[in-house]
Design a protein around this ligand. Sequence first.
Ligand SMILES: *[C@@H]1O[C@H](CO)[C@@H](O)[C@H](O)[C@H]1NC(C)=O
Ligand SMILES: *[C@@H]1O[C@H](CO)[C@@H](O)[C@H](O)[C@H]1NC(C)=O
Ligand SMILES: *[C@@H]1O[C@H](CO)[C@@H](O)[C@H](O)[C@H]1NC(C)=O
Length: 406
Amino acid sequence: MISSSLLTTLLLSLAVASTPTVIQDSLVTLPIAKRINANSKATILEHDQARAQELRRSHEGRQRDLNPRENVPAVNGVVDYTVKVQIGSPPTSYTLLVDTGSSNTWVGAGKPYRNTSTSAPTGQKVSVVYGSGYFDGDEYTDTVNLGSGLTIKNQSIGVASSTQGFKDLDGILGIGPVDLTSGTLIDDGSLIPTITDNLFSQHRIKSNLVSISLSPATSLSSIHGELTFGGIDSSKHKGPIHYAPITSTSSASAFWGIDQSIRYGSTTIQSTTAGIVDTGTTLVLLASDIFEQYQNHTGAVFDSKVGLLRLTKIQYKNLHSLYFHIHGIDFELTPNAQIWPRSLNSVIDGDPDSIYSIIGNLGSNSGQGFDFVNGMTFLERYYSVYDTTNRRVGLATTSNTFAETN
Ligand SMILES: *[C@@H]1O[C@H](CO)[C@@H](O)[C@H](O)[C@H]1NC(C)=O
Ligand SMILES: *[C@@H]1O[C@H](CO)[C@@H](O)[C@H](O)[C@H]1NC(C)=O
Ligand SMILES: *[C@@H]1O[C@H](CO)[C@@H](O)[C@H](O)[C@H]1NC(C)=O
């Protein structure tokens, strides 16, 4: 009989042996458009908190709230990232939100799904609830084209018959772990392979992973990022990719969840705990008790109109870096990386001369297995890799990590 520690050693060495080699010509890269929605009704914080609470709720096996809420903030926040994907033959182009925090891909929120020669209803009903909206509909298989003639056959997609909370969007490209599709098919326990899973199983990419490059926004004009299937675009990061295993702590473990501790300057404000990396969240969210420590150290006050902490010029000058310690490595958010781009203060109803922090309150205390969200304001400073085969998340510095963009 193999002892469990020997088994662990064997599994670990297998994990090392299966480290993907990056084969450049197998990469599939899609441009990501960053959009900034002025006149959004909900604050960024309301949107992000609603999403975080729903992500956690849905993986604690609690019932979904079926009561429609009034003034539901849009699922896509003040800032969102989208890609264009072609579906069907002849193809129709759909604009989809890039979401690492969910794993169903579906269309029909804006532009209706167009039935073509490759459309095949599976007979299954599908339903997914997001923090501030939902979609219900029918599952289809269809041909998905990611551009450059690269097609996936028989991709299972949702076709919405009813949606709430989607603004100027056709649906979602869900690139979270496949287990998040569990329970989304009504009366059917099967999982729905993601686009990444099918690219891999259909031998279109060499590794079952996705990489994301995003840049900080400083103007309303759209700025492009990059979504790469199957490997790593080495031109988009500077430092080495540091990998962290998916956390074993539930419910962060259902997502691209990792363990991290947090330091403000030299003061540890959060010992090692589990949370997630998420493109669908704008801010960096810290558990309420940790957030309160951050606020006390900085002296910032909460501005309820804007929904963010506000810093005086002196407080900003005295601000220390925030260090996210992940699997032995410090990922630094400089003072400049901790603030909302001042050129975009008007978009969030802010005062043009004020300084707002992108560190937000998660809305629940730490110690619950879902204690932080490293959202897009973090990911705009670090290249990120979501590796299904090896169950790990990779992060690397970029030319934006220490840039004074805000
Ligand atoms: C698409 O065509 C199939 C087969 O004819 C049909 O069952 C389905 O209802 C159609 N779906 C839509 C959205 O029109
Ligand atoms: C097509 O996809 C469905 C759902 O993902 C799967 O059940 C089925 O086996 C696939 N069929 C083929 C021919 O690959
Ligand atoms: C933050 O400061 C307030 C007011 O001084 C204090 O009551 C509270 O305990 C502090 N919180 C933390 C977490 O240090």
